[in-house]
Design a protein around this ligand. Structure first.
Ligand code: SF4
Length: 164
């Protein structure tokens, strides 16, 4: 049984900026929750951000650049939230280290949890390819990150390693 870090909002927890959760219903996701050891975290809430909170986006860059200090994360009200988002990423990594977690399934499009797509910082609903700050930090530490849309690949990976 593998230990998997999963975004809380994919597990019916209403922790998103607008107090909602995210539907992750797929056979692969249900299989994961039913058969593996799930460690749930909302990095933004763990970092002390409230529910609800203003939506936030990375400003024209991705999570790697935020970690490197060359880009920031702002709220729609122009508040600089970079520090809180980096803290959330560090807390996620700490949890992975504590439980020896090698895989994560994180919510696509989020400035924290996105792994393939994020919003572009214009608050116009425009997505760009890139990762959020949590995914960027976990990937930097060689934790493999999937989204709710690619969880089938993780299922395959776990099934193959079990068979070998
Ligand atoms: S996407 Fe990540 S940071 Fe955003 S609400 Fe879900 S768990 Fe929290």
């Amino acid at each position: 049984m593998a230990k998997i870090l999963v975004s809380s909002c994919l597990l019916n927890c209403a922790v998103r900026y607008d107090g909602s959760s995210v539907e992750a219903c797929s056979d692969d996701f249900e299989w994961l929750v039913d058969t593996q050891e799930i460690v749930s975290l909302c990095p933004e809430v763990a970092a002390g951000l409230p529910i609800p909170r203003v939506p936030a986006e990375i400003c024209g860059a991705n999570g790697t650049e935020v970690l490197d200090g060359t880009a920031g994360i702002i709220g729609s009200d122009k508040t600089d939230l970079t520090e809180q988002f980096i803290l959330g990423a560090k807390l996620a990594l700490e949890l992975c280290r504590k439980y020896n977690i090698q895989y994560a399934v994180l919510t696509e499009n989020s400035p924290s949890c996105g792994s393939n797509y994020i919003y572009d910082g214009s608050f116009s609903g425009t997505k760009i390819m890139g990762s959020g700050v949590v995914s960027a930090l976990l990937q930097r530490m060689e934790i493999i990150v999937f989204s709710q849309h690619t969880v089938g690949q993780l299922r395959e990976l776990i099934s193959v390693s079990k068979a070998n």
